[in-house]
Write a protein that binds this ligand. Structure first.
Ligand SMILES: Cc1cc2nc3c(=O)[nH]c(=O)nc-3n(C[C@H](O)[C@H](O)[C@H](O)COP(=O)(O)O)c2cc1C
Length: 182
């Protein structure tokens, strides 16, 4: 699959086949996702994959702020990736001080790039994903037992697609692009 088709044809998938995604396939997807760029190449992002049904059900019940839409997606997903990052590193060029006015925002930026890279890698391997931002970080950390030094960036439900979502609209390029000085 060429890169442009991959970017344009990836869709959020919210209905999955019951069949689990093999751990070896997920290992390959994370192995590709590792190539995402990061602040100072610190590579702070971590992937905790959940393919145990009882843990997924706990995430559905306790980790999405009671939003039924997300609860239903999780209850029908054979897998969930908890995307987390090691706190307090990105944004710094020396150990103690943030280098820019964005301070620690760069760690979330790193997580965002990794998130998209993971979803594109999954798409290339035939695995559908949906990123979830309506989540409760503390509950997720507790349910999956994240190390204290990490915080949750997003949940990504994954599985083999059981739907072919229609393309979602995008703003015209004229709306989002400007050339400075014109
Ligand atoms: C940061 C972020 C948070 C999102 N949170 C949710 C969510 O909580 N639930 C959900 O169903 N979709 C969520 N989405 C998916 C978006 O709704 C989706 O990407 C957007 O509508 C464009 O559709 P597409 O991904 O099919 O291109 C989220 C996407 C992003 C990038």
């Amino acid at each position: 699959m060429d890169a442009i088709a991959m970017i344009k044809e990836r869709r959020s998938v919210r209905k999955f086949k019951g069949q689990p995604v093999e751990r070896e396939t997920m290992r390959k997807i994370v192995s590709i996702s590792r190539w995402a760029p990061s602040w100072a190449n610190f590579q702070i992002v971590r992937y905790t994959l959940v393919d145990d049904e009882s843990i997924i059900k706990r995430l559905a019940a306790d980790a999405v702020e009671g939003v039924a839409y997300n609860t239903n997606i999780l209850n029908g997903a054979p897998g969930v990736a908890v995307l987390s990052f090691v706190k307090g590193k990105s944004g710094k060029l020396n150990k103690d001080e943030y280098a820019t006015s964005k301070a620690d925002v760069w760690e979330v930026f790193d997580a965002g790039i990794a998130c998209q890279t993971f979803c594109l890698a999954a798409h290339a391997k035939g695995v559908g994903t949906v990123i979830m931002g309506v989540i409760n970080d503390a509950s997720i950390s507790q349910i999956v037992g994240l190390p204290d030094e990490e915080t949750v960036a997003a949940l990504i439900a994954y599985g083999y697609p059981d739907e072919t979502p229609a393309p979602t609209p995008r703003k015209d390029v004229e709306e989002v692009l400007r050339f400075a000085g014109e």
